[in-house]
Design a protein around this ligand. Structure first.
Ligand SMILES: C[S@@+](CC[C@H](N)C(=O)[O-])C[C@H]1O[C@@H](n2cnc3c(N)ncnc32)[C@H](O)[C@@H]1O
Length: 432
């Protein structure tokens, strides 16, 4: 932490971010506003770590509040609840030195205009320090309808899915092979005293288990490495476009998979589409940082009349918008915001995208369908339905390195091999 005043400001900001997220706002959007207010990267890292830890362990911390508070908190106490969750996260998940965590959090209660409750905050945090936080079943963090769907789809794995989704993810990096060999970059990492391991199954992946700011990584600003989960890195292997292929990345933002494909083969002619023009700008930034080039267009990929020039693609990547149920450990607020009707709308959108994109794929070409969902309606059942209405679609098997067999595709479940939950299906178009 930079200084004690900033330390209190970080706790105040954490309380406000958490209160907003618990009221229904997105964690990503709230952090995007809160983080730039801190100049010191250590303060920003701490704010992020507190918010993520508090949301991942929310059910345990809420259980403590329910058991230990004489009077339940009301809707008007949202910031106070946020502050208490933040306090528990510091002592429990983050294991910060208790004295500093306690004094900054109690001071933050005063800064939030809650001087009268500062004593109570102090008492609750001391109790947490003394007794520890109660255990809770990680499944309880999932809304009932979603828990039921996951349990129905993955009866034997559901408990492990819920548990893994409450744990922090390792930091996965992708080494830009156009700039530096992975072994050489690992040497630089070692010289900086940071421990990282090359993943045997993925040619570009490095895993780091101790949390650190990416700005501390050698060559990060120069685009030698990017942050990307191992499951997402597997997409480039599953797609494996031939040299010089015309590639469509239909849902490209923020550009991680497009960048990976181009780092591997700069001869690809890649068109990156995204419906959201602001997110598409992030693709431009991503590609510039790693030194890759592509054509970028803001358009609804399903509305081919609006963007397609009539030339067929050899390869299509549909990294579809989805429920994000495979990445709850990275987006813990998914569990607070997702509604059952969202899934129906997503399934319909994915089907519309599949049907439209099939028409721009050349005979003999390959479409890879990917989601970071673990729900079979978005994954194996989505692809089964597509195959039954698309006579010229042929399935191409993916090997066991891509996860469990799931219909004609493969599924990794959250935490397996340190990876996110991710589904892949590879389809080719029969030649006439
Ligand atoms: C899972 S993300 C893609 C991640 C990206 N492939 C990467 O590796 O960085 C899904 C993207 O689909 C975009 N999207 C949603 N509906 C779309 C549509 N109808 N046409 C094109 N893009 C769409 C969203 O804006 C979002 O950026």
């Amino acid at each position: 932490m930079s200084d004690p005043v900033a330390g209190v400001a970080v706790r105040v900001a954490a309380a406000r971010v958490l209160a907003a997220v618990l009221r229904g706002r997105s964690l990503k959007a709230e952090l995007a506003t809160a983080l730039p207010r801190f100049d010191d990267s250590r303060d920003r890292a701490l704010l992020e770590a507190i918010c993520f830890a508090a949301l991942r362990q929310r059910t345990r911390y809420d259980a403590a509040l329910q058991a230990w508070m004489p009077k339940p908190l009301t809707a008007r106490d949202a910031e106070l609840r946020g502050l208490l969750l933040a306090g528990f996260a510091q002592l429990d998940a983050l294991q910060l030195p208790p004295h500093a965590a306690l004094s900054a959090t109690v001071e933050a209660a005063r800064a939030l205009g809650r001087s009268r409750q500062a004593g109570m905050v102090n008492a609750l945090l001391r109790r947490a320090q003394r007794e520890g936080l109660p255990a809770a079943d990680p499944a309880e963090a999932w809304p009932g309808w979603l828990r039921a769907r996951v349990s129905a789809d993955w009866p034997w794995q559901a408990a492990a899915i819920f548990a893994a989704s409450a744990e922090p993810a390792p930091l996965w990096l992708r080494v830009n092979r156009a700039r530096i060999a992975r072994a050489d970059w690992l040497q630089k990492l070692d010289a900086d005293g940071i421990e990282g391991t090359a993943d045997d199954r993925l040619a570009d992946a490095v895993r780091i288990d101790t949390p650190l700011a990416v700005s501390a990584l050698p060559g990060f600003a120069e685009g030698e490495v990017s942050v990307q989960d191992a499951a997402a890195q597997a997409v480039a292997d599953a797609l494996a476009p031939p040299a010089g292929a015309r590639v469509l990345d239909a849902c490209a933002a923020p550009g991680g998979k497009a960048a990976h494909l181009l780092e591997r083969d700069p001869s690809l002619q890649l068109l990156a589409l995204d419906v959201d023009p602001r997110r598409l700008r992030r693709v431009a930034d991503t590609l510039q940082r790693v030194g890759a080039q592509a054509q970028l267009k803001a358009a609804d990929a399903a509305d081919t009349a609006a963007w397609w020039d009539g030339r067929l693609f050899d390869v299509v990547l549909l990294d579809a918008p989805c429920s994000a149920t495979g990445i709850v450990r990275r987006q813990p607020d998914v569990l607070l915001h997702r509604r059952a009707q969202d899934i129906d709308a997503l399934v319909a959108l994915q089907a519309r995208l599949l049907d439209a994109l099939w028409t721009v794929l050349a005979p003999g070409g390959v479409l890879l369908y990917a989601t970071c969902s673990i729900l079979k309606d978005e994954n194996e059942r989505q692809i089964d339905a597509f195959l039954s209405r698309t006579p010229d679609a042929v399935t191409e098997p993916l090997d066991a390195g891509f996860g469990h067999v799931s219909g004609v595709g493969r599924q990794t479940l959250p935490g397996e091999g340190g990876r996110d939950g991710f589904f892949l299906a590879r389809l080719s178009k029969r030649k006439a």
